[in-house]
Design a protein around this ligand. Structure first.
Ligand code: NAP
Length: 280
């Protein structure tokens, strides 16, 4: 956006990590934020420091009806919402076979259906104003997945695909969509925001088990700084020309390049025979 009037953002999962860092960056740039969290007390300090710029509302995004209610409640406090940051999320560690259907459904409920519910809740407002910006937190696991992250990566990939279609559908109405794809960042994600499959089978120790060990080792030492990511996201929104995808951190950038290069090599090998299957 090129004008300098303050925007209003609605952020989910603002209690820690990217959500809290974004709330701080939004306040710092002079914009207004409706910061939502399951435990609103975790962000009351930000609201008390900037009461005119930060409104705090309780929100568990997985509760039926809560996304629509929070948008109504937000619009009772602020005249409009310009940006939705669909950020709340949790991981699920475990091999595909180790994750129960209930664990998988809970992961999909939060990382896919609740994101969809927030998008459904905000779109009538954005359509009515013929403007708005949905920022969706994706994940490097959705670019190419790892053993041990099958269900989480599937939920994130489903959400990525959802917003890829959404971007094309709402562009003619002046609504923007950006998918943020972070690599490892120093947040609470690997710690308290990582569910683990209750079942652990020895056969998966060399694959999913090793990945879990790797995550345990990097926790607290992830290269990504959520405050630097938040200020880039804010600058990207303020630029008025946001990309459809924003890949964050060198790890995710290298991974994206490697993934595309591997696909290109594979495609080249199958091009002749694959194309020859077109026919009457
Ligand atoms: N950090 C990384 O390396 C990384 C990489 C790729 C993608 N991501 C994505 O980044 C997003 C933010 O995670 P983070 O890294 O900032 O981790 P984080 O510090 O653990 O933050 C996760 C946030 O999501 C909230 N949340 C979880 N379940 C919720 C629910 N049902 N309703 C409302 N809020 C809920 C948490 O709230 P509570 O305090 O109530 O638990 C917390 O505020 C997630 O979508 C995650 O998948 C993170």
């Amino acid at each position: 956006m090129s004008d300098s009037s303050p925007r209003t953002w609605l952020v989910t999962g603002a209690s820690s990590g990217f959500g809290r860092a974004l709330t701080e960056a939004i306040i710092a740039c002079g914009d207004v934020v409706v910061a939502t969290a399951r435990k609103p007390e975790a962000i009351e300090d930000l609201a008390s420091r900037a009461p005119d710029q930060c409104h705090v509302l309780p929100l568990d995004v997985t509760q039926a009806g809560a996304p629509a209610a929070v948008v109504r409640e937000a619009l009772a406090r602020v005249p409009c919402i310009d940006v939705l940051v669909n950020n709340a999320g949790r991981g699920l560690l475990g091999a595909v076979e180790e994750c129960s259907e209930a664990e998988a459904r809970a992961c999909m409920e939060l990382n896919f259906f609740a994101q969809l519910a927030m998008i459904h809740a905000i779109l009538p407002h954005f359509r009515g104003r013929r403007s708005g910006h949905v920022i969706q937190m994706g994940a490097a696991a959705a670019i190419a997945n790892y053993a041990g992250f099958g269900i989480y990566g599937a939920a994130k990939a489903a959400t990525s695909s959802l917003v890829e279609a959404l971007a094309q559908e709402v562009r003619p109405m002046g609504i923007k969509v950006t998918l943020v794809e972070p690599g490892p960042f120093r947040t609470d994600f690997i710690g308290r925001s990582m569910a683990r499959a209750a079942v652990s089978l020895p056969e998966y120790e060399p694959t999913a088990g090793r990945f879990a060990q790797y995550l345990g080792k990097i926790d607290g030492h992830q290269p990504g700084n959520p405050h630097l990511a938040a200020s880039l996201i804010v600058r990207m929104v303020l630029s008025g020309k946001p990309p459809m995808r924003l890949v964050l951190g060198k790890y995710a950038i290298d991974k994206t390049r490697r993934t595309f290069a591997a696909r290109e090599r594979e495609l080249a090998q199958q091009e002749v025979e694959g194309a020859a299957t077109d026919g009457p």
